[in-house]
Ligand binder design. Structure first.
Ligand code: DC
Length: 230
């Protein structure tokens, strides 16, 4: 049987990390974990509890509530991917709104939040055979991952992709709003003191501004196959 490896995919928001990760997991029979969904679920929880408002985040209450937050992925066979459950409730739709996108970076800055999620992510990956995407997977969660991919694309390209997705879902947003959100998150994700987004030294950088999904998938699948043979 083929050796199972750990694949870490990091990069800015809307670089198509999850699309690539899902394609790889399906082709290899690996588990896919979208770590952004975990941070989003905590942001959504904070909004529901009133811990987070436009210019305000009650960090202390959130940190005190962390032991009561249970996150779980459940595979949906119809959709072909795992959905996020927060304390037993499917929150897959609720965590993808522009409001949650606007707050999530603030929640992801909190060291206690990161410690809780990193520990859960490491547990999920302990048997390998996993594709995980996020910001700190190759640097903090799995520094020993056999394959690390760092994805980039211009902010304009990424905002256009996210805008198209939101419009298709029926959300009422403007392109400028989405671009501002992408730029703000880029700034916070790369400037926070705790686990900022950085390219791991041994990561392979892929700029997909001019690559379509299939080209990108073929390119990375080849890298995976080479690693499995090593
Ligand atoms: O990948 P995404 O856009 O769904 O991620 C949502 C937010 O969560 C993003 O602004 C940064 C944060 N995040 C993080 O800090 N670390 C991760 N491993 C994954 C996401």
């Amino acid at each position: 049987m083929d050796k199972k490896i750990t694949i870490a995919i990091d990069g800015f928001s809307s670089t198509g990390k999850s699309t690539l990760a899902k394609q790889l997991a399906k082709a290899l029979g690996y588990v896919y974990v979208d770590t952004g969904a975990m941070y989003r679920a905590i942001a959504y929880f904070s909004m529901q509890k009133g811990y987070i408002k436009t210019d305000y985040l009650d960090k202390q209450s959130l940190v005190e509530s962390l032991p009561n937050i249970q996150l779980q992925f459940q595979f949906n066979t119809e959709l072909g991917f795992a959905e996020m459950y927060l304390n037993g409730e499917n929150v897959e739709k609720q965590i993808r709104t522009i409001e949650v996108s606007g707050f999530v970076s603030k929640v992801a800055e909190i060291p206690e939040v990161r410690a809780k999620l990193v520990e859960q992510q490491q547990q999920m990956g302990k048997n390998k055979g996993i594709v995980m995407d996020g910001r700190d997977i190759g640097t903090v969660v799995f520094p020993d991952a056999e394959l690390k991919i760092y994805m980039t694309a211009s902010a304009q390209t990424r905002a256009q992709r996210r805008y198209d997705e939101l419009i298709q879902k029926g959300d009422q947003v403007t392109f400028e709003e989405v671009l501002r959100n992408v730029e703000e998150r880029d700034y916070i994700d790369t400037h926070r003191s705790n686990s900022p987004l950085v390219k791991a030294e041994d990561a392979i950088e892929i700029d997909n501004s001019n690559l379509n999904r299939e080209e990108q998938f073929e390119l990375v699948l080849k890298l995976v196959q080479d690693k499995i043979k090593e």
